[in-house]
Design a protein around this ligand. Sequence first.
Ligand code: NCD
Length: 358
Amino acid sequence: MDQSEWSLAELDALVGKTLEIEDHPADYRHRLRHHVMATLFLEPSTRTQLSFQTAMLRLGGQYISVNDPQTSSLAKGESLMDTVRVVGGYADTLVLRHPCEGAARVASCYVPPGCAVINAGDGGHLHPTQTLTDLATLMRVKGRLSGLTIGLCGDLKYGRTVHSLIKTLARYPNNRFVLIAPVGLGLPANLIGALNAQNVLITETTSLSEVIGELDVLYMTRLQVERFESTAAVADALPNDWFLTTETLGRGRADLCVMHPLPRVDEIDPAVDADPRATYFQQASMGVYARMALLLRLLEGERAMPVALPPASGNEAPCPNPRCITHQQPALPHTYRPNTESGDSHVCFFCDQQQLSD
Ligand code: NCD
């Protein structure tokens, strides 16, 4: 599931359903009785995994799970494709978190018919269900998803929640984005290129205190240190003006909405939590209702069918993204598709990285 595959009307319906479930959870208690969800989490997770599991339980369904690759056959050298073929046969939906970019797309091609794949985060690439949670939170707090000035702050290079969120909010009219990132951790060039091609209004800065007064929404993120190429890069990112303190927040508007997908490390001072503009814990609870809405939409709708792999000519170059799943799973074909977001280039079918020859 990737938001770009859903129309805005479908997204709005999912957001509306999320808020309806939050208001009337008891009405949904038995809706997915007899359904089974498999959660396959091959990277650390608290919120996403537990909110999926509680979402399924609150809908009357059940779940099976693997959250330590060392306890699954992946540790014996089984390919991701074989694992999802098998686990997908045990469940109606497979929720996958994986450290490699494009892993969820792989799963959606290799699961058996009848199993819907949900991407719960693939490396630094995307995190679509966090975006659904974020949209519902914004709708609840601001009452709209358009006409907003949104500050995205922190590690915009590896922060997958930001990648999914900006791609989605850029599709709503009259949104403007202020990117606030330490040097070297800005939004990937690919993504900036795609947004520029759509004439999305973007400004970039390294100073949160200078721009906070312009914002309707401030979306904070932590440094994704586990994806950094060196520890020196962590130290380089620290001294900049991008941490949120009560003093910085003092310059923000009275109706600013401060969000964070969590976990927080140092980037928001805990003293900020008492400010009514701090929305991140409300946002974390919304994750349960958003995932309930998504499970209902996928499991009560038409039977899911695997995505067709495009035919590979056999002589395509390897994907230029070193974090792409194709490098971890050599049996996968190198295959590209036309880039629907920016002109006549091609992108990796799995991780969306632009092909070098373009
Ligand atoms: C995020 C993630 O996993 O990308 N967490 C989450 O799912 N709420 C953010 C993060 O880890 O920084």
